[in-house]
Structure formats: C-alpha cells, structure tokens
Write a protein that binds this ligand. Structure first.
Ligand code: FAD
Length: 229
C-alpha cells in the first residue's frame, strides 16, 4: 500500500552526518536521509533478586496504571528500590491490599509512614531473597513466603541504543533514568534529529509512544518544507 516505505530488518549499528544527510548503517548498508527519528526505547534494569527477571511483564511490573486493575483486587507487593517506591506504594491500594517490602532500600520518614498507614499499606522490613511461585511469591530472609497476585518494582532504565549519545543528543535526568531531551516538536538538541517513545520521555506507555511518534513525524516533515525552527 505504501511503495515508497521500506522496512529494514536489523540493528542500526552506527549513525552520523554526511553533509546535509544523516546516514544510518544497518548491518553494512548505509541509509541516508535528511531527517532522522530515533525510536530506540529503553532497557529496564531490575534488582538482582532470583526469580524477578523471569516474571517481568507477567507477575512483576512497574506501572500501576498498566497492570494495577488487571490484578483483580488481589494482594499486591511493592519491592522498594528507593524513593520512587513510596509513590508506587501510595497509588496501588486502589487496586488491592498492598505490602511495601522495604528491603533495606527505602525507609519512610514520619510523614511518609503516616501517609502509607492512611492508605492501609503494610510495611515488611525483612530482606527479600527471592521471588518464586506461579505468580509472585516473595521469599524473605527468614524463609517466610508472601504470596501475591503481582509485585511492582521501580526499575532503573538505560538507553537501549548507543546511537542517541553517539549522535550528540543531550539527555534529561529522569526519575527512572536518562532520556533524550526534546522540544515540544520532539526535536532533539541536534538539528534534524527527532526522538519519540520511551527513549524520549520520563515514563512512557504505548499511547504516549504513538502520540510522540506522530508529533515527531509531522515536525520532521514540516521542517523539510519550512526549515528547522
Ligand atoms: C513489563 C512492561 C509492561 C508494560 N505494559 C504496558 C501496558 O500494559 N500498556 C502500555 O501502554 N505500556 C506498557 N508498557 C510500556 C510500553 O511497553 C512502552 O512504553 C512502549 O513499548 C514504548 O515504545 P517504544 O517504541 O518507545 O520502545 P520499544 O517498544 O522498547 O521499542 C524500541 C525498539 O527499538 C529497537 N532498537 C533499539 N536499538 C536499536 C537499534 N540500534 N537498531 C534497531 N532497532 C533498535 C528495540 O529492539 C525495540 O524493538 C510496559 C512496559 C514494560 C517494561
């Protein structure tokens, strides 16, 4: 249906400028274009607790809005990784009874403890040593296990690709990790290069990524007609 669109399978290995063009190399093939939109995403880094990684996206999640409701008001855990876990623990009781596993990574101050108590959040301070079971059963240092419908963890993120940095894009320091700085048109700090999706916002979702992609594409097209603003 779109004969002038070509899909290229493979990893973009390098990218750089060649005169007026930006050139992306995909496994040996150099592809030149006047504008480039980066949509390379991020990689989530989880705490190294046995059983966590293999349950990622199935019973271990990071976004209450994506997965809270799906747990059908079952018991929910929050595995603390730092300050951000306080926000997760405050949000989640709307979707099920919630336990915050402090895991020596977060200790609420008096005000936070009062807020958590008002939301009915239980705090467990024994260290988490593993996650197992069909869903997410949190195994504590002393051997006790707490069965959950789902476990939330605020992962750290890093760029999935080195290309944005190699192209000279500037970054913002987000709450979960770095992301590419863009203006309201989703143009990066490098003229002619746009970015969208998780790589270019603090926290994302499919609908944000799609919307940002449209913004970037419209701006890239307009810039070819009216010049880069
Ligand atoms: C566990 C989990 C559950 C989620 N659940 C939901 C949900 O229920 N609803 C929701 O809306 N969102 C959800 N999200 C968030 C959603 O997945 C992301 O916001 C969305 O996928 C971002 O889209 P993206 O295109 O920016 O990045 P991605 O989907 O990560 O796509 C980026 C792509 O670029 C590729 N890539 C990277 N570098 C290169 C390169 N050099 N060359 C070629 N290709 C490259 C990657 O391999 C990847 O395929 C969830 C996220 C996670 C981690």
């Amino acid at each position: 249906a779109y004969p002038n669109v070509r899909f290229v399978e493979g990893t973009a290995d390098t990218a750089g400028r060649d005169g007026a063009n930006l050139v992306v190399s995909v496994q040996g093939e150099n592809i030149a274009a006047r504008r480039l939109i980066l949509a390379t995403g991020v990689v989530d880094e989880l705490p190294s607790i046995p059983g966590l990684q293999e349950r990622w996206g199935r019973a271990v999640f990071h976004c209450p809005y994506c997965h809270g409701y799906e747990l059908g008001q079952g018991r929910i855990g929050v595995l603390a990784t730092g300050e951000h876990s306080f926000h997760q623990a405050m949000m989640l009781p709307d979707w099920g009874p919630t336990i915050l596993f402090a895991n020596e990574a977060f200790e609420p101050d008096a005000a936070q403890a009062a807020m958590l108590e008002a939301r009915g959040v239980e705090i467990e301070r024994e260290r988490v040593v593993a996650v197992d079971g069909a869903k997410a059963s949190v195994v504590l240092d002393g051997g006790r296990a707490v069965s959950l419908e789902g476990l939330f963890v605020a992962s750290r993120t890093r760029m999935a690709s080195d290309l944005p940095a190699a192209l000279g894009c500037e970054f913002e320091d987000g709450p979960l990790g770095p992301y590419i700085r863009t203006n309201e048109a989703k143009e990066t700090s490098v003229e002619g290069i746009y970015a969208c999706g998780d790589a270019a916002r603090g926290a994302g979702s499919v609908s944000h990524a799609v919307g940002d992609g449209v913004t970037a594409a419209v701006a890239a097209h307009k810039s070819l007609i009216f010049g880069v603003h």
